[in-house]
Design a protein around this ligand. Structure first.
Ligand code: CP
Length: 303
């Protein structure tokens, strides 16, 4: 029953990823078009969001489409007990595409199986965030001039971080060298290390975050320790401030280093980094508009 939904970054081949990135570049050059005239997109956010929802909605609006949906599931009939199955079937009556964020891993896959309207996964629990990955890849290619052979350090919450899980999988197409920097409690899950092992992709795991690693890499991908994913708040308290990147730590970093963060940040990047030209996280979020324009149009078969 499912159509061309995007529930995982694995739904894209290497060529498809590169094609979406090329499309995103054309949307960056010309973001205001009429390609979605007459189309309705539904944004169903069962979990909070600033960037993902607003950039998807901006993407639709700038391409001439219209948006329906909710940013707070407590205003939807799910609080009356309506199932995800019924909600998706209802919204499929009204919209040409559904963009959904949900706290449960696998929710987007499930939604894609109960409707023929394409679903784009805007984040499902700690599993996947494919549109974030597309904008991350776009940002890496734009700042480094290539995707191949990037040395990248992923720092922070590698256990629950859906952005690092999706990005790791996507980068395996491009011969990366990974450094996984996390406290023991938040290490990269085994399943992702097995993916690297099977593809012969080198990775190092470290618990210490210091200038040795910062000076080595092309991309520093910082992440937030996600309070909302912890069942035991005492565990969260132990690791919540585990790493903070400060400007002075960048003194001897490579010229081409760029600091990415999917945002929101809490205190893992000090505000004194913001003025450093190597800080790229706000531009990265802007790139989300173009990457999402490309993904929506591709999913609807319009490019
Ligand atoms: N990067 C990201 O998913 O941000 P939001 O939670 O604000 O959408």
């Amino acid at each position: 029953m499912s159509s061309k939904s995007i529930v995982s970054i694995t739904d894209y081949s290497t060529d498809q990823i590169l094609s979406i990135l090329d499309s995103a570049a054309t949307f960056e050059a010309n973001p205001n078009q009429t390609i979605l005239n007459g189309k309705v997109a539904a944004t169903l956010f069962f979990e909070p969001s600033t960037r993902t929802r607003l950039s998807f909605e901006t993407a639709v609006n700038r391409l001439g489409g219209r948006v329906i949906g909710f940013s707070d599931a407590s205003t939807s009939s799910s609080v009356k007990g309506e199932t995800l199955n019924d909600t998706i079937k209802m919204v499929s009556n009204y919209a040409d595409i559904i963009i959904m964020r949900h706290h449960l891993e696998g929710a987007a896959r499930y939604a894609s199986e109960v409707t023929s309207v394409p679903i784009i996964n805007a984040g499902d629990g700690s599993n996947q965030h494919p549109s974030q990955t597309m904008l991350d890849l776009y940002s890496i290619r734009k700042t480094q001039g290539r995707l191949d052979n990037i040395k990248i350090a992923m720092v922070g919450d590698l256990k629950y971080g859906r952005t690092v899980h999706s990005l790791l999988i996507a980068l395996t197409h491009f011969s990366p060298q990974f450094y996984f920097i996390a406290p023991d409690e938040l290490r990269m899950p085994e399943e992702y290390k097995i993916i690297c092992d099977k593809k012969g992709i080198p990775y190092e795991e470290r618990t210490e975050f210091n200038t040795d690693i910062i000076n080595e890499v092309d991309i520093l991908y910082m992440t937030r320790v996600q309070k909302e994913r912890f069942t035991d708040q005492m565990e969260y308290e132990k690791v919540k401030n585990v790493y903070t990147l400060r400007n002075k730590m960048l003194e001897h970093s490579k010229d081409n280093l760029r600091i990415l963060h999917p945002l929101p940040r809490v205190n893992e990047i000090d505000m004194d980094v913001d003025a450093n030209p190597k800080a790229y996280y706000f531009e990265q979020a802007r790139n989300g508009l173009y990457a999402r324009q490309a993904m929506i149009c591709d999913t609807l078969g319009l490019i």
